[in-house]
Design a protein around this ligand. Structure first.
Ligand code: AMP
Length: 420
């Protein structure tokens, strides 16, 4: 069946069309038919790009006023004459939406209906930068394909298995019971995908594995996964805690925030902006949040770039130690995300001098592993290390296929017209 995965951000709509089925997913043989993106939604220089599998990417500059128009433009690319992907939109069996925050409501993907919409709306206060756009995408698809089932796939769902000892902050307990202030964890779709893929590659059941997944991109997080269940994640109530990120600091003493507000007289808005947009690699280097550029700058002798990279890697190493303790050892550490997949020097640094804990990389394997699945650990290392490129859209498509395939829910759009 053909499934569309949609990821709506503040100014982008990314989409990917898959041909999948339970059997194909089991064999990792589901195929991406096409991918695309609407960029700079609402800006004067917005564009629509589209890339059918095996063909060149085409980008057309055209004004896209809002997310509704962006989804409309995305769907139009799939049926445009000549590309042969879809005769009409009724061939789409289901649409899966990335939803960042599902609060404590959802520990699994669900059919997107009015109740889910209401709850996602309720969680807007927990993810004000993401949930509103995820909802806008859902509403646009619902309006344009009214008879097609939609599925919500939550970033937080995978982490709902984190036990209380790891999700509660040591604050007055009422802040949790009355205000739901706790660690939720994020990037669940990515962590889940790479852990499933590792198990699949090794022909092992996830229930027999202890894994540490490192998603290192512009946003970064690590997850301790005990027999397929997330038991800890470095991100917290919001996606600021934990690892150093492109523009977010990760762990910071909350006293720093008090100091910024009381002594430096910064407003809530200013601190919010500082922590979300001006910290992390960008804040430390004073130059860029882009790891590739930082590595070049560091090699050219830029001291702040070198320091930013050192702090970034040290934080990962510290959490590897913490999660090895939380899991009482691990079968493997998995690297994914733009940095995790493509930057051998960062992986080497993060795993440096961890041999006492059973972690050791093979320099040659690590150097060769770029953007593809590969083992990077040294022979005999107790804890294996692997690069597994993430594929969140594929997981969203598989989840959508699974949810719409349950009895009583039509998996195929019943519309026979072209206006579905
Ligand atoms: P993501 O958010 O997963 O797209 O990852 C973006 C980050 O990956 C940026 O910091 C990029 O500079 C970084 N990145 C991508 N390719 C490379 C590379 N070859 N070497 C180092 N960093 C890279």
């Amino acid at each position: 069946m053909k499934i569309l995965a949609v990821n709506c951000g503040s100014s982008t709509v990314k989409f990917q069309l898959f041909e999948t089925s339970a059997e194909r997913a089991e064999r990792n043989e589901d195929r991406a038919l096409a991918r695309g993106m609407v960029d700079k939604v609402g800006a004067a220089d917005s564009s629509v790009s589209f890339e059918p599998a095996g063909a060149d990417k085409q980008t057309i500059r055209r004004p896209i006023r809002d997310h509704h128009e962006a989804v409309e433009a995305s769907l139009a690319t799939l049926t445009e004459s000549g590309n042969g992907l879809l005769r009409d939109l009724s061939e789409i069996a289901g649409v899966g939406h990335r939803v960042v925050h599902g609060g404590e409501y959802y520990s699994d993907s669900v059919l997107f209906d009015d109740e889910v919409e209401r709850r996602v709306e309720e969680c807007v206060e927990l993810a004000p930068l993401h949930n509103p756009h995820n909802l806008t995408g859902y509403r646009a698809v619902k309006a344009l394909l009214p008879r097609c089932p939609n599925v919500a796939v939550f970033d937080t769902a995978f982490h709902q298995t984190i036990p209380r000892r790891a999700f509660l902050y040591a604050l007055p307990l009422e802040l949790y019971s009355e205000h739901k202030i706790r660690r939720y964890g994020f990037h669940g779709t990515s962590h889940r995908y790479v852990s499933q893929r590792y198990a699949q590659i090794h022909g092992a059941g996830l229930e027999n594995l202890k894994l540490i997944a490192c998603h290192l991109g512009n946003g970064c997080s690590m997850t301790a996964i005990d027999r397929g269940r997330s038991v800890d994640n470095t991100l917290g109530l919001t996606p600021i805690e934990g690892l150093v990120m492109g523009t977010r600091p990760g762990d910071v003493d909350p006293g720093v925030v008090l100091h910024l507000m009381s002594d430096l007289k910064m407003t809530v808005e200013e601190v919010t902006e500082l922590l979300n947009k001006r910290s992390g690699l960008l804040g430390l280097s004073g130059e860029t949040n882009d790891m590739r550029s930082l590595m070049q700058a560091s090699e050219a002798g830029d001291e702040r770039a070198r320091l930013a990279i050192e702090i970034f890697c040290y934080r990962i190493k510290k959490y590897i130690g913490a999660y090895l303790a939380a899991l009482n050892g691990a079968d493997a550490i998995l690297f994914t995300g733009g940095i995790g997949e493509n930057a051998p020097a960062i992986r080497a640094r993060a795993c440096e001098a961890l041999d006492a804990l059973g972690v050791a990389l093979d320099p040659g394997r690590n150097e060769r592993a770029r953007g593809a699945e590969a083992e990077i650990s040294a022979d005999g290392a107790k804890v294996k290390a692997w690069v597994i490129p993430t594929n969140e859209e594929l997981l969203i498509a598989r989840e959508t296929m699974r949810c719409i395939s349950v009895p009583g829910v039509s998996g195929v759009c019943a519309c026979s017209k072209n206006d579905c």
